[in-house]
Design a protein around this ligand. Structure first.
Ligand code: GLU
Length: 488
């Protein structure tokens, strides 16, 4: 049977980085096996529903390059792919289980359940079908009567008293659970919506899913699902539960320790291929001594059997290092196109492609992400408005002003304004004064950029261009120095 896998998010507002990892592993697995990837929206928990999150999910997944073969946005042979549009299917299946003796109607109110919960030792509540208000205590006739009177009910799974439930997980191996530890799970809620468990099992079967690849947090649900598959007489798809994502201190990845929404990382300007590369390595790495992989390589090398069991640390330092590697290796022309987006978003309009290419080429090795160039070197986009006076003080002496004036004059005379020419001209001048580059270069940097650090000063001047450099230096000497004279 050809591979069919699914990503089944709940629309709770944003795409969690763990969700992207799950979607990506499903995508890699489907592509590797020439299979199909299905997007199914699991929106049966109405209390968690956030409007517009489906559109946002699809958009964010598309950003990451994850394309689906079937889903709410493209349709497919098993449509609809949104669970809230499939309520009748779940009701029918819940009732089917009641008929087969695998499920039953229960009429307990929320208050009654709460009371029972309070009374249970150590608050380990397990629904007791022999003392609560359900088909077993009422009998069939009374149950039918209550239903026809419109009394609210749920349908619960009738979990066998004590039975071994065995299943095999591709990543975790064989797992055995005793059914005495499994609660009589609600399958159909009183509002007519199914619970996750019922809808998930029914859909995975009806949509012919061959492999279920999802996060470890769903592992405790599997015994209930196995009972459901058995009750329906269906084959259980192959299972693979991916390791948890952890903070650096090995606690479960949480918002409190950093961003968990993929959208936040897009906003920060990480490259999609670098981010996907990083996400792919959360719990799996095809080789020990490498961490840069193209999507084609990831597809080619992907093996569920090789996914780790231990939790994977979500380390932003590693993400930055991977992103930086992409930044150093992509063609400058491609980077400049992407850079334009960020630059214009900050309001720097009208810069030429050539200028952006030069800026990127000069500064990419100093930052981790493309938009960071603007924070690192704002002087490439606007004239300095502030000057690092503390730094200037350290390097300024009685002759600096005169030397700078001379340098301004000779800079004006350079015809070919290249870093080599600027360098040679300034060095020649300094030789005549018996000075070294270090006697002037720091002050020159502050005069032109306002800052004490940056890329090579001569290269920076070449990129800024003669006109701009002359204008900045003139302004510094004529307008800034007189004002700050007392301080330096
Ligand atoms: N709806 C579940 C979620 O939000 C899907 C779990 C599964 O893949 O079975 O992650």
């Amino acid at each position: 049977m050809s591979v069919r896998v699914r990503f089944a998010p709940s629309p709770t507002g944003y795409l969690h980085v763990g969700g992207l990892r799950t979607a990506l592993y499903n995508f890699l697995f489907a592509k590797k096996h020439n299979g199909k990837l299905i997007l199914r929206i699991e929106d049966t928990d109405r209390t968690r529903y956030v409007p517009n999150s489906v559109e946002n999910l699809i958009k964010t997944l598309a950003w990451a390059g994850i394309e689906f073969d079937e889903g709410p946005h493209i349709g497919g042979p098993y449509a609809p792919y949104v669970q809230s549009e499939r309520l009748e299917i779940y009701r029918k299946h819940a009732e089917m289980l009641v008929e087969k003796g695998w499920a039953y109607y229960a009429f307990d109110t929320a208050e009654e359940l709460e009371q029972a919960r309070q009374k249970s030792p150590h608050h380990e509540f397990k629904y007791d079908r022999h003392s609560m208000k359900n088909q077993f205590t009422f009998g069939n006739e009374k149950t039918r009567e209550l239903i026809s009177q419109g009394i609210p009910y749920v349908i619960r799974l009738k979990v066998p008293e004590s039975q071994e439930i065995r299943f095999f997980d591709i990543i975790r191996g064989e797992i055995i659970v005793n059914s005495k530890d499994v609660d009589d799970q609600v399958l159909l809620k009183s509002d007519g919506y199914p619970t996750y468990h019922l809808a998930n099992v029914v859909d995975d079967h009806l949509m012919n899913i061959t492999h279920i690849i999802r996060g470890e947090e769903w592992l405790p649900s599997v015994p209930k699902h196995i009972l459901l598959y058995n009750a329906f007489g269906w084959e259980v798809p192959k299972l693979a539960h991916l390791p948890l994502l952890l903070n650096k201190d090995k606690t479960k990845l949480s918002k409190r320790q950093g961003d968990v929404a993929v959208e936040d990382y897009i906003e920060k300007g990480y490259f999609r291929d670098a981010f996907v590369n990083f996400i792919a390595l959360l719990g799996w790495n095809p080789s020990k001594d490498r961490e840069i992989y193209s999507i084609e390589e990831l597809i080619d090398k992907f093996e569920l059997e090789k996914v780790n069991r231990a939790g994977a640390i979500f380390d932003v330092v590693k993400l930055d290092a991977i992103n930086a590697k992409y930044l150093y290796s992509k063609p400058v022309s491609e980077l400049a196109k992407e850079f334009r987006f960020w630059v214009e978003r900050r309001g720097y309009l009208g810069l030429s492609d050539d200028y952006l290419q030069k800026v990127v080429a000069l500064l990419r090795e100093r930052v981790k992400k493309l938009p960071d160039i603007m924070d690192f070197a704002p002087y490439m986009f606007e004239k300095p408005v502030q000057y690092d006076l503390e730094f200037l003080k350290k390097h300024w002496n009685e002759t600096t002003y005169e030397n700078m004036k001379d340098i301004l004059t000779i800079l004006k005379q350079i015809e070919e304004f290249t870093s080599e020419k600027i360098h040679d001209t300034i060095v020649n001048y300094l030789n005549t004064k018996n000075l070294k580059l270090r006697n002037i270069i720091h002050s020159l940097r502050v005069a032109i950029t306002g800052l004490s650090y940056g890329a090579g000063m001569f290269e920076t001047m070449e990129v800024l261009g003669k006109e701009e450099v002359v204008e900045r230096l003139e302004n510094f000497l004529n307008n800034v120095v007189p004002k700050i004279q007392i301080e330096i």
